[in-house]
Design a protein around this ligand. Sequence first.
Ligand SMILES: Cc1cc2nc3c(=O)[nH]c(=O)nc-3n(C[C@H](O)[C@H](O)[C@H](O)COP(=O)(O)OP(=O)(O)OC[C@H]3O[C@@H](n4cnc5c(N)ncnc54)[C@H](O)[C@@H]3O)c2cc1C
Length: 421
Amino acid sequence: MVRKYDIVIIGSGPAGLGAAYHLAETGRFSTALFEKSKISSGGLRNDCKQNYTFPVGFPEELWNSDEASRLLEQTARHLKPDYQTNQNIEMYVKRAEKINVRLIEIIQSHVGTDRAVGLINGLIDNLVSLGTDIFLETEVIDIDFKNNKLILNDNSSVEFKFAVLAPGRAGFSWLQDMMKKSGVSFIDNIVDIGVRIEAKAGNYPVVKDYYDPKFMFPHKVRTFCTNSGAAYVVQEKYDQYYSVNGHSFSRDRKANDLVNFAMLKTIRLTDPVVSGHQFAEILGQMAMKLSGGKPMMQRVGDFRLGKRSKVETFNDDLYYFEPTLKSATPGDLSLAIPAKILRHIWDSLKNLDAIVPGILHPSTIIYYPEIKTYANKPEFMNNFFEVKENIYMIGDGAGTSRGITAAWSSGIRAAEGILSK
Ligand SMILES: Cc1cc2nc3c(=O)[nH]c(=O)nc-3n(C[C@H](O)[C@H](O)[C@H](O)COP(=O)(O)OP(=O)(O)OC[C@H]3O[C@@H](n4cnc5c(N)ncnc54)[C@H](O)[C@@H]3O)c2cc1C
């Protein structure tokens, strides 16, 4: 027998959950949520820093401050943030202003990778009790848009009236396939390329006062996703390359006295190279070729001297901490990173060192590549992220968000679209 639902949601990340909760609370529909992994696999599961200040995480071409603030309030009701307090940051703000850099103060809460599982399980259990059917380890392979049917990995199908597609950044290619198949036009011309910095916490003391400081530099360079306490650099697998990323455990875990954060440069491509995704793949592959299929790392001390880092560099006296991403290959960043990107990131790091002296200590490690390809923007029919009659595309994969809270807010907006019908 073919299963039928009023609404199907693909992906149990914050975007899918935001839509599911908003719909479930009305008690009016039969809803099913499909998740290919055992547990939501995006940022909710990893580190889970929640930002509650516009525009952090919100692409500004799709959002305004009033709309984001309205939905952030609703998001907070479900995620129950325990806000961090920022203090003593005036000194950093003043130093930044002098050199044309901005330090944006944001409202944030940090769950930590270890406690995120509990948060997700609680959200899923609650959703089930509100009447949503949840299918974990169930991948939606394809969609028959003519007959409104999902095709699952066990070859069964599910009929629906409304579908909300929220497969996240890792579901980028699948979403592109679905857009091509259903005749939805899209653009994919923006990408963030950058590095991840890992340093002794004492060399970046600002994190004592402000957990995830958001510095905005000239040339569209910014700090992003700062982790400290028990902080680790990790690698994520994409089709053709690994990108680095970072996370940290909650305050319950023993600190390792390290800090890591990304320095990203936003690149908007124009004709004839218009795919950010393709550009990222070329750069990612080049980095992999140069470093034996792994991300690359270099000490600031070596970088300044213009020489590659070697395995020995990581045992030397001066270089007094071990990299947390041990599988990264010591190398020479300037061989791998295009000149303009490297110049702007290095200039920004020098500015940062003027604001927080110490971050460019010779021991600091620069990992490459850190790539964010969230711009896969479909042409939306309306404000509710509807792309085709009764089909909605939301979250990082559809370019409506770049973070947990904006993804959740996108889900509410799609649900409001369904309710408006
Ligand atoms: C390592 C890491 C750390 C991060 N840390 C933070 C952070 O601290 N703070 C922050 O704001 N943002 C963070 N982010 C970004 C954040 O994850 C995203 O902005 C957010 O999760 C996007 O939500 P989403 O619902 O669009 O996608 P996701 O959270 O990626 O969820 C999509 C879900 O869909 C599932 N899926 C995909 N395709 C299918 C399919 N065909 N069938 C069924 N299921 C499918 C995936 O398994 C996944 O669980 C981080 C991202 C990563 C990768």
